[in-house]
Design a protein around this ligand. Sequence first.
Ligand SMILES: Nc1ncnc2c1ncn2[C@@H]1O[C@H](COP(=O)(O)OP(=O)(O)OP(=O)(O)O)[C@@H](O)[C@H]1O
Ligand SMILES: [Mg+2]
Length: 408
Amino acid sequence: MSNPRVFAVDLGTTKTVAISAVLNDQGHVKVESVASFPCTGMVKGQVRDKDAVAVSIDRALGRVEAEVKERAENVVVAVGGKGVTSQRKQAFVPIVPAGRVVRRQDVHQVLGHSRQVRIAENCELLLAAPAEYRIDGNRVHGQPVGHNASRLEVTTNLVMAERQDILAIKEVIAAGGRHAETIVPEALAAGLGVVNTEASEATAIVVDIGGSVTNVAVFEGGNVCHLGTAPVGAWHVTNDVAQLLRIEFAEAERLKTSHGCAVAASIGPDDVVQVVQSDGASRPMQRRVLAEIVESRMKEIASLALAIVADAELESWPRTGIVLCGGGSLLPGTEELFSRATDGRKARTAHPRVAGGHTRDLGVPQMATVVGLAKHALAGHDEEFVPVSAQTGWQDTVRSLKSLFGAR
Ligand SMILES: Nc1ncnc2c1ncn2[C@@H]1O[C@H](COP(=O)(O)OP(=O)(O)OP(=O)(O)O)[C@@H](O)[C@H]1O
Ligand SMILES: [Mg+2]
């Protein structure tokens, strides 16, 4: 039997991207088809214009469906924005008799306990992912199964989303007669799109600088231990340029993407760019002035992202590098700016890696989310799902994200 195919859709602030993907024989994500359609119906991870978003899904997914000759009945999609929140919950189980080997059932049981939380009326649980296991008080690197123990503890990262945001996503997918089978927190999807399989990279901070939001996902020892979103993105950079230079937004976007830089000091005083003013006339301007505007907003983005990281209370923070993605990470100087903001830690812009013939379209930082969505869905097919409690449905799974790192 051939590998199952998944359809993933990223509803971004600037574009809707759809892909179909399978796992190839080496266990890598192989993209069969990709289509992108500009859309401004999403703002800050939430649906603002249902009709526009539904049309963009039909356009993008329709092209993918036509290429692979299969209707996308079920879709994996992300939800983001301020309605997505996370909290950590600890739980333990005694191992009886004391000192015996930890079994899978013990892990299932402790995970079950860790997700027994009261969820606000207006929210749904999106993900319950183990962030850390301890055996007899000592941290376990990797899975606890097979270790001798008297007590097994887990810290689980619970991610909730507002029901109305989930319903809106389901609605725009359903408008085309499809079903949002899996809904993934946007920050996690972006992180999965660029985190490497190498063990050294399984601990990483992923900062996705998108159009209207910046998503942060913190991975430690192969598990996602914290997610967060700042309501500022690369759109705000363009908007600042437009406002401060009193020019049209489109001209500000052109200037930003062609001449922008996040480290103004790296631009010499003789570097001059032409600016088209609102009246159509062109005037010269020092490029450093543009870079100062860009830098100021990018510094804010970095400090908001790092505040989210601080919430994760990361044990390995001193050794952890920053992985940048999203369109905003394409601004020259962004790596340096993040490196400076973190006392010289390594920051690098990441390009998702996929198998198949679409590396040119997908190997850019803006595609991290859609690649991560496919990776998440594909990993789910051959990975253990742990049903817990009496709830049912897609949200009723506890997923070990560990194995996702092997599924590129
Ligand atoms: N070469 C470039 N240099 C600078 N900025 C760029 C470049 N290319 C794209 N961008 C910026 O990236 C932003 C879009 O990024 P991206 O495609 O990751 O956002 P999105 O996924 O649509 O939005 P969000 O994740 O916020 O919902 C835009 O503001 C755009 O100006
Ligand atoms: Mg995005």
